[in-house]
Design a protein around this ligand. Structure first.
Ligand code: ATP
Length: 122
């Protein structure tokens, strides 16, 4: 049981280290807080909350894996190596796809509500 709880500590340590060292991860955390605030303010449905939570999970997971891959690449290939470059580029591509999915989902959920709000105010 102690080992199981210690595992959580290591996981939080990894997330904390990523937040401390990676600007992109911090940007995604801020975007998460903003999306949650907008979801609350615009009264999105349970279904929409589920999509939002899926987006946040995908993006943060992709960013954590990308960071781990970057660290590992720097460890095994500190000098310039074409393959090491490809490894990092492919990994960054995965984050981009997750972020793009989140952006499109965010537009689908929030744009109609924001437009309705603007129309109502006009
Ligand atoms: N060892 C290397 N060999 C060849 N190309 C590399 C190497 N390290 C990085 N690159 C190239 O430089 C790009 C940026 O790498 P870098 O390690 O700076 O990552 P980053 O995305 O800027 O993340 P961070 O700012 O967190 O370090 C990579 O995507 C890759 O194209």
């Amino acid at each position: 049981m102690k080992k199981f709880i210690r595992g959580f500590g290591y996981a939080f340590k990894g997330i904390g280290y990523t937040a401390k060292t990676q600007l992109n991860f911090r940007v995604h955390l801020v975007a998460t807080v903003l999306a949650a605030f907008m979801g609350y303010a615009l009264h999105i449905s349970v279904n929409e909350w589920q999509w939002l939570i899926l987006c946040v999970t995908l993006v943060l997971m992709a960013e954590l894996f990308n960071t781990a891959i970057e660290f590992l690449t720097d460890l095994v290939s500190p000098d310039y190596n074409e393959l090491a470059g490809h490894v990092k580029d492919v990994s960054a591509g995965a984050v981009l796809i997750a972020a793009f999915f989140a952006l499109i989902t965010g537009c689908i959920i929030f744009l109609p509500k924001l437009l309705a709000l603007i129309n109502h105010a006009a």
